[in-house]
Design a protein around this ligand. Structure first.
Ligand code: 13P
Length: 249
C-alpha cells in the first residue's frame, strides 16, 4: 500500500515566531489525520525551531532545497548534512521556482539527489510542465525528460526512497488547478514511465499533486488512483486548510 502524504511547502513565508506557531498547531492537530503522513517544509532558518515544536508528534520535517556541493567555500549555501543535522528527514528538490529563478538544471539536481540520499534525506522531487508546454501538447515529453535526466540515474534502492511531486507550473500559486482528470492522466504517465525503468518499485512510489490544491479541490484530486497526496503551497500556511486537505482522502 502506498503512503498517503500531505506536505506543506511554506516557501519564503512566515517569521520565525509564526513558523513555530504554525508547526505547533500542525503537530497538535495531526491526530485528526490518521493514516496520512504530514510533512512541513519551513525556510532553513526555522528548521531547528520547528523540529522542536514537532517533537513527540508524527509530523515530519523537510527542507525546501539543499546545496549542490557537500561542504566548503560556498557562501550562503546550506548542505544536505546541515539539514539532516536539524532533524529533518526530507528535502524538496527541483521545485519549478528553483529551476526558473535560480537556474537549477538537471545536472545540479542529480548532485543534490545524491547528496540528500547520502544523508538519508528523502527527496521530494518535483516535476511539471509550463503553460506553453501544455498548450503545445509537449507536457508528457517534458515530464519524461525531467524524470529520465535525473531519477533514472538513481539505483533501484535510492529510487525506492524517493517521493515525486507533479506540479504543473501553470497551476502554482495561480488559483488554477489541474482538473482531477489532468492530474490522474499525468500521475499515471509518471508511474508508467518510472515502471518502465524501475519495475514494481514504481508501484510503491508516492506521487503527490501540487498546484493550488486547497480544501475545496483536494478530495476530487486525491480520489484518483495514482494521486497519493499533495504538495501544498499557500494553503499550508493556514493550519485549518492544511489539516482539511489532509482529511480529504
Ligand atoms: P500553491 O499551492 O501555492 O499553488 O503552491 C504549490 C507549490 O508550489 C508547492 O510546492
Amino acid at each position: 500500500m502506498r503512503k498517503k502524504i500531505v506536505a506543506g511547502n511554506w516557501k519564503m513565508n512566515t517569521s520565525a515566531e509564526q513558523g513555530e506557531e504554525l508547526a505547533a498547531a500542525v503537530a497538535e492537530r495531526s491526530g485528526e489525520t490518521d493514516g496520512v503522513l504530514l510533512i512541513v517544509a519551513p525556510p532553513f532558518t526555522h528548521l531547528t525551531k520547528v523540529a522542536d515544536k514537532l517533537k513527540g508528534s508524527a509530523v515530519q520535517l523537510s527542507a525546501q532545497n539543499c546545496a549542490s556541493e557537500k561542504s566548503g567555500a560556498y557562501t550562503g549555501e546550506v548542505s544536505a548534512a546541515m539539514i539532516a543535522g536539524t532533524g529533518a528527514k526530507y528535502c524538496i528538490l527541483g521545485h519549478s521556482e528553483r529551476r526558473e529563478y535560480y537556474g537549477e538544471t538537471d545536472a545540479t539536481l542529480n548532485r543534490k539527489l545524491t547528496l540528500c540520499l547520502a544523508e538519508s534525506l528523502t527527496p521530494i522531487f518535483c516535476v511539471g510542465e509550463k503553460l506553453n508546454e501544455r498548450e503545445s501538447g509537449a507536457h508528457f515529453d517534458v515530464v519524461r525528460t525531467q524524470l529520465s535526466n535525473t531519477l533514472f540515474n538513481l539505483s533501484d534502492e535510492d529510487f525506492a526512497k524517493t517521493i515525486i511531486a507533479y506540479e504543473p507550473v501553470w497551476a502554482i500559486g495561480t488559483g488554477k488547478t489541474a482538473s482531477p482528470e489532468q492530474a490522474q492522466e499525468m500521475h499515471a504517465f509518471i508511474r508508467k514511465t518510472l515502471f518502465e525503468k524501475f519495475g514494481d518499485k514504481a508501484l510503491e512510489t508516492a506521487i503527490l499533486y501540487g498546484g493550488s490544491c486547497n480544501p475545496g479541490n483536494a478530495r476530487a484530486l486525491f480520489s484518483n488512483s495514482d494521486v497519493d497526496g499533495g504538495l501544498i503551497g499557500g494553503a499550508s500556511l493556514k493550519v485549518d486548510d492544511f489539516i482539511a486537505i489532509a482529511k480529504s482522502f
